[in-house]
Design a protein. Structure first.
Length: 469
């Protein structure tokens, strides 16, 4: 868009019910002409049934549970495929109440809020699932291949058409009526089948690469146990066990005294290295705040990081970023985010997720909200080692043990300060930190290879679907 003409004219007969200048940008008008030049073009609403869940239904019925019916959100929708990593679950009762958004294999899901315009197809092995109000369900009719339609929506032309109808500055969105009016070039059946074959082959190759990618926690556990010369206890659940009265403290919940927790603490206490608490090795452990009235209607300012921005792999996702006013940020200096700070989610369904702020963090000024702890370790401790420890089973099991609350889980500052940290000499901390970085980078490279397979196939499909762009 930045290379487009800043001044242009529009014939009166091409004006629609939009008065914003960008809507009539030459790139969008050229896109529409390129689509309409095909011999056969259909409107999306004519070749499919498009359904969106209503907002009030979400508020009324959604309550996440440990296991149940997968509930897809924007972050679960990738190009061509559903990513069930970190998927949320709802009860079967809620699933039955939300009939409008129930999904079945071969349905297409399209994001219409936040990251607008990403399309995926529900796989055959996902028999039952549901979707949030940020997603529309597209159920195609018999005269079009769902893989072909998904390919067009993910193509350059498809994304430009969807993007043309996008509105909203703080949180982009598009209306379902505009999705229904998207023009779709209808290619011959044999071409549509070829597109389906390419997508399936691409996803299979991507899956083969991803099977080589070990879980990051598993890699971190291996590194820590090797260097610290310890063995993590087997994850064994016992429904009946005895607790010696002298071991009982101010916690009366049964799980706190579970053998899987007590065995881990025993392993930590018996290490040959020094054991300290997180509070002892930290300069600060603080949480943030948000201004009175919240941040929903604040469109610019200083980014505010919450639990939803910390990934399960210790990184950051900046989808749906929120902002706080600059003057409010200036008053909250203790919760400013700096490189190598460690962030831990302190409450909610993802309590305990941890990340370390990279040195190339994209925001010069940034803060945290009230759902996150910021930890700055003392200068004689390696922050990347401490992050690795907290990310591993050594840290996560302790955090899980110290978490309290039923309806709203969370961990207090006193509890997080009490987490036991094995602190070997600084050279061993540095070796562990370097090893974790290396293994994390190897995983990143494999993931990049998987993504490149998708991009290569996308370009091949675009030549078939939309011609030269």
């Amino acid at each position: 868009m930045k290379d487009e003409l800043m001044v242009f004219t529009i014939p009166p007969n091409e004006l629609e019910d939009r008065l914003d200048v960008v809507f009539y940008s030459p790139v969008f008008r050229k896109t529409m002409k390129q689509i309409l030049k095909h011999s056969k073009v259909a409107i999306l609403g004519e070749i499919s049934i498009i359904t969106r869940i209503l907002g009030f239904e979400t508020e009324k019925y959604i309550n996440y549970i440990e296991k149940g019916i997968p509930y897809l959100r924007v972050q679960n929708i990738k190009e061509f495929e559903i990513d069930l990593h970190n998927v949320k679950f709802i009860s079967n009762e809620a699933h039955q109440q939300l009939k409008r958004s129930q999904l079945k294999p071969k349905d297409i899901v399209l994001t219409i809020t936040g990251r607008v315009g990403t399309a995926a197809i529900v796989p055959d092995n996902l028999k039952e699932c549901n979707a949030s109000q940020e997603i529309v369900r597209i159920r195609v009719k018999s005269d079009i291949n769902p893989y072909y339609l998904t390919a067009f929506l993910n193509s350059k032309l498809g994304k430009l058409v969807i993007g043309r109808w996008q509105s909203g500055s703080t949180r982009p969105r598009t209306l379902i009526k505009n999705i229904r009016n998207i023009p779709i070039p209808i290619l011959p059946d044999n071409t549509q089948i070829k597109v389906e074959e390419l997508i399936k082959d691409c996803l299979q190759k991507k899956k083969e690469i991803e099977t080589k990618i070990k879980g990051l926690k598993e890699l971190v556990n291996e590194t820590l146990t090797n260097y610290l010369r310890i063995k993590l206890p087997a994850h064994e659940e016992k429904l009946i066990f005895i607790v010696v009265p002298t071991y009982i403290n101010d916690r009366l919940d049964v799980d706190f005294y579970s053998p899987r927790h007590t065995r881990l603490i025993k392993v930590i206490n018996e290490t040959t290295f020094r054991v300290e608490t997180l509070g002892q090795i930290s300069k600060y452990i603080v949480s943030g705040q948000r201004p009175k009235g919240g941040v929903k209607y604040i469109g610019e300012g200083v980014p505010s990081i919450g639990g939803e921005h910390i990934t399960s792999e210790g990184d950051f996702s900046f989808d749906d970023i929120k902002y706080i006013p600059k003057d409010f940020h200036q008053k909250q200096k203790k919760s400013w985010i700096n490189p190598l700070d460690i962030l831990i989610v302190k409450d909610g369904a993802t309590t305990g997720k941890v990340a370390i702020v990279p040195e190339d963090f994209p925001f010069k000024d940034c803060n945290i909200n009230e759902h996150v702890f910021k930890i700055e370790v003392k200068s004689d401790y390696n922050p990347y080692y401490v992050f690795s420890y907290l990310f591993s089973s050594l840290g996560q099991e302790q955090i899980n043990r110290l978490t309290s609350g039923a309806a709203q889980k969370g961990i207090t500052r006193d509890a997080i300060e009490s987490v036991k940290i094995i602190t070997p000499p600084t050279e061993i901390q540095a070796n562990i930190a370097d090893e974790v970085k290396r293994r994390k980078e190897e995983r990143k490279q494999l993931k990049k290879e998987a993504e490149e397979i998708v991009e290569k196939v996308k370009k091949e499909i675009e030549k078939m679907v939309v011609g030269k762009t």
